[in-house]
Design a protein around this ligand. Structure first.
Ligand code: CTP
Length: 242
């Protein structure tokens, strides 16, 4: 098997929007290849802004964002888009069949590959239960899917594209226990053989992370494993009231 890639490093990153104040202030963070790291913090702490920089939707005012050791500003767009799978909070489903939505970005995928990705992402069962299965039309004016189902479609999409790095902005919407468990298994499948940086809103996600970065006021306030951070009794412990 080829070596796992997708390592991310932020070095002394300062960032703000337009003429606004700094939102991130001297941020240092490393996600080694193959690991899954979670970013947590209260609203406005700068979590989404951090993801924007990794995806290069924005560039820092100061400092560097590196992907596998190369400044993302020096990577071509094709290389960057090919290396990163992005699952946003708002999963984008277009008006088309479930199959076409899954194969988005991988139009060459066979039905077997599409279904295997859906199985891994814990999406196959609910898809086959839809009126037309994989041929069910979703998206605008199509069959409506729940937030948890959409997230699993997006994870299956990411599996099909096989990116080195998965960048996930976890949905905040509340789901039932069964869906939560399905999403967790789906996430475990996607992150098993790649690098992942997840803005986490679920305790189950952060518990499984190799390392958790706690942002506060645009800086890394705490970092460590779940147990370490609970033991420390700081911001993290307060976020989950554990
Ligand atoms: N901000 C801004 N312009 C934007 C987006 C964000 O000025 N287009 C500001 C926000 O007002 C906030 C700061 O940037 O003060 C950090 O925002 P964000 O990175 O979105 O914080 P999160 O930690 O992601 O907050 P949330 O959990 O609410 O998504």
């Amino acid at each position: 098997a080829p070596p796992v890639r997708g390592s991310v490093e932020l070095r002394g990153v300062r960032f703000g929007y337009a003429d606004g104040p700094d939102v991130l202030r001297g941020l240092d963070l490393v996600v080694p290849a193959g690991q899954t790291h979670a970013v947590v913090g209260s609203t406005g702490a700068g979590k989404s802004s951090l993801l924007r920089l990794v995806l290069r939707f924005s560039d820092p005012r100061e400092g560097q964002v590196l992907l596998d050791g190369t400044d993302v500003r020096e990577l071509g767009w094709d290389a960057l888009r090919g290396a990163i799978g992005y699952v946003s909070q708002d999963v984008f489903l277009f008006h088309g069949t479930v199959r076409d939505n899954l194969a988005y970005g991988r139009v060459d995928a066979t039905d077997e590959q599409v279904q295997e990705a859906a199985r891994q992402a814990e999406a196959h069962a609910f898809i086959t239960a839809l009126p037309q299965g994989y041929d069910t039309v979703v998206g605008e004016r199509g069959q409506t899917l729940s937030g948890g189902q959409r997230q699993r479609i997006a994870l299956a999409r990411a599996i099909l594209r096989d990116p080195a790095l998965l960048v996930l902005d976890e949905a905040t919407s509340a789901v039932d226990t069964e869906t939560e468990a399905a999403i967790q298994r789906s996430l475990a499948a996607v992150t098993a053989s790649r690098t992942a940086l997840v803005v986490a809103h679920r305790l189950s996600t952060v518990r499984d992370a190799d390392r958790i970065w706690v942002l506060a006021d645009g800086r890394v306030a705490e970092a460590g494993s779940h147990d370490e951070l609970v033991e420390a009794g700081g911001i993290y412990a307060g976020l989950w009231a554990v």
